[in-house]
Design a protein around this ligand. Structure first.
Ligand code: PMP
Ligand code: GLU
Length: 413
């Protein structure tokens, strides 16, 4: 059987690959400490589960509108207005619910880019591993703009201005960031928006999936709340991270329609619905009431989990800082630390492996110390000296994993 060039052109997800390897090792009885998966270890809050169970029992088991059930879309619209200051139609017409935020981003890019048109997408890096393949699958070209470690990996308005060309079609921004664990302040985002305001052909995809996981006084800010650019901002979010619902596969996108067209939905959302209608149809229908429940009733559960993550951020940062040769900013959002480990390149691991890249570092660490981290290479060119550790795991895991890693680092020669 011949596999398409399209499928052959992309690499598998590095984050999912590490997670699969940890699961396979555990199944064989190996005691692995996993810092790989960006997945909360908490269970989904009980009232959210109950809402889905009740919907299932009540027979909500049929096809629904492709864009999503009206009550769930309206609850998302209310959330975006309340939490993010985004003016979208209260009916939810400017919103589509997809199979995870990953699917939302994929569909948005498929609707914004064409093959062979030379369209560029600006991507501040280090950036999540899936953005590049998704842009490329849609026919676009990624233009990486590197954030400096000394600036918490954030890009500046000057860098953004310099990266914009006549071919720039879109920009993807993700704050708080996977894999950086840092975030932009409202002022920094407004300064980037001032640049984007001058370039009306650029669509801005803002991935805000970690908005509820913040461990400093900096407030989350949504670019979609800035009236001058709001019509071309696509706000992406989902239930996976804040509500511990990774396996439920619920994401959404919001893009307000042109002013004066209430209730109709924007061209982008309509195009995304058309694609989704030929692809997956609606998401699982009995989970819609769980979305409403989560967005309207579960503030306390989210806050409890956030407090735990904040504690873990402190714990892991303290341990990483004490490890020889590692450099990284303090994690202030999402649940990742992204240290530069290049001080150890050129050394040989206890198992006899030459450590010459983030990939060989991660492989040797897993083989020798049974600690899984994600190598930086697939997060962008400027991320090659880094590895990512997710602290979405217990304090015991963090203590044991960091102890193993620290010991292992000392044994590199
Ligand atoms: N964006 C970012 C930055 C992520 O880390 C993830 C994690 N999977 C996603 C989007 C997608 O999340 P999901 O598809 O589970 O909603
Ligand atoms: N986003 C998470 C991560 O980066 C989950 C895996 C994935 O979808 O990439 O680990």
């Amino acid at each position: 059987m011949r596999i398409s060039d399209r499928a052959n052109s992309i690499k598998p997800s590095a984050t999912l690959a590490v997670d699969a390897r940890v699961k396979a090792m555990r199944a064989q009885g190996v005691d692995v400490i996993g810092f790989g998966a960006g997945e909360p270890d908490f269970d989904t809050p009980e009232p959210i589960k109950q809402a889905a169970i009740e919907a299932l029992k009540a027979g909500k088991t049929k096809y629904a509108a492709t864009e999503g059930d009206p009550a769930a879309r309206a609850a998302i619209a209310a959330k975006l207005k309340r939490d993010n200051g985004i003016e979208c139609d209260p009916s939810g017409a400017d919103i589509i619910i997809n199979v995870g935020a990953k699917h939302s981003i994929y569909l948005a890019l498929q609707c914004l880019l064409d093959v062979g048109k030379g369209q560029e997408v600006i991507l501040p890096t280090p950036a999540w591993v899936s953005y590049r393949p998704m842009v490329e699958l849609a026919g676009g070209r990624v233009v990486e703009v590197a954030g400096a470690i000394g600036n918490d990996f954030k890009i500046t308005p000057k860098q953004l201005e310099k990266a914009i060309t006549a071919r720039t079609s879109a920009m993807i921004i993700n704050s708080p960031s996977n894999p950086c664990g840092t975030m932009y302040s409202p002022e920094e985002l407004k300064a980037l928006a001032a640049v984007l305001e001058k370039h009306s052909d650029i669509t801005i995809l803002t991935d805000e999936i970690y908005e509820k996981l913040i461990y400093s006084d900096v407030k989350h800010f949504s670019l979609g709340s800035i009236p001058a650019i709001a019509q071309r901002v696509v706000t992406i979010n989902g239930m996976s991270k804040a509500y511990a619902m990774t396996g439920w596969r619920i994401g959404y996108a919001c893009c307000p329609g042109a002013p004066g067209t209430p209730g109709i939905g924007s061209d982008l959302i309509k195009a995304m619905a058309k694609l989704q209608g030929q692809m997956t149809s609606n998401i699982t229908s009995f989970v819609y009431p769980a979305i409403v429940q989560a967005l309207t009733q579960c503030y306390t559960s989210v806050e409890k989990m956030r407090v735990k993550f904040a504690e873990r951020a402190e714990l892991i940062y303290g341990k990483i800082k004490a490890m020889p040769g590692l450099k990284c900013p303090k994690p202030t959002g999402a649940f990742y630390v992204f240290p530069d480990v290049s001080a150890h390149f050129g050394k040989v691991s206890p198992g006899g492996k030459k450590v010459e890249s983030a990939l060989s570092f991660a492989e040797a660490l897993l083989e020798d110390a049974k600690v899984a981290v994600v190598p930086g290479e697939d997060f962008g060119e400027c991320a090659r000296n880094h590895v990512r550790l997710s602290f979405a795991c217990s304090n015991e895991n963090i203590v044991e994993g960091c102890a193993r890693m620290s010991e292992w680092l000392k044994r590199l020669q």
